[in-house]
Ligand binder design. Structure first.
Ligand SMILES: Cc1cc2nc3c(=O)[nH]c(=O)nc-3n(C[C@H](O)[C@H](O)[C@H](O)COP(=O)(O)O)c2cc1C
Length: 171
């Protein structure tokens, strides 16, 4: 195999492998009413408890990128099964229209989805560019979690309910 075909095979394997990694879906948002911005993201991870922090990886071509790079605060809304419509609207609409469905409140200057499974309001502590993306590290300034919620999960290119397949889980 040439270097080029090896690289292409590795990329294909990476894509196929990542399609089969179940990921929770988040709506990452910033801005005030009238100029709100948000995207769906799965590249989100908790970072540490001391300080409480998380990271979000955003493509530099995404509409959210510039507003997020300029904002001091942002919100990571964890989407639950009941928020599937939000995910669909975020995929089909753009700009402010993404906030046309669901109850969005402004909390500490950022858009928070009232019925999200959880939300994390963060102050941007650090940004790191890598390849096509910027990694935004946020320190938590507020967080809420709703009990008894199940996450909206993205797997193999579609949304699924992981709690509906317990018989496949090994113990
Ligand atoms: C399930 C799902 C997960 C996504 N995860 C990310 C992500 O982690 N980071 C990212 O930059 N874009 C991600 N995207 C793409 C963005 O949501 C968005 O569609 C893309 O950046 C184009 O957005 P724009 O129309 O606002 O520019 C994801 C899309 C979907 C459907």
């Amino acid at each position: 195999m040439s270097d080029r075909s090896t690289q292409s095979a590795v990329l294909d394997a990476f894509r196929a492998a990542m399609r089969h990694v179940a990921a929770t879906v988040y709506a990452v948002t910033t801005g005030r009413v009238g100029e709100r911005h948000g995207i769906l993201a799965t590249a989100v991870s908790s970072l540490s408890f001391e300080p409480p922090s998380l990271l979000v990886c955003v493509n530099r071509t995404a509409s959210l990128h510039e507003p997020l790079a300029c904002a001091e605060t942002f919100c990571v809304n964890v989407l639950g099964l009941g928020n599937r419509e939000i995910a669909e609207v975020f995929e089909s609409a753009r700009g402010e229209d993404r906030f046309g469905v669901g109850e969005w409140h402004e909390v500490l200057g950022v858009p928070v989805l009232a019925k999200a499974q959880s939300y994390f309001i963060c102050r941007t502590a650090h940004r790191h560019e890598f390849g096509t993306h910027t990694i935004f590290i946020g320190e938590l300034i507020d967080a809420r979690h709703r009990e008894n919620a199940a996450p909206l999960t993205y797997y193999d290119g579609r949304y699924m309910d992981i709690s509906a397949a317990p018989e496949r889980a090994s113990r």
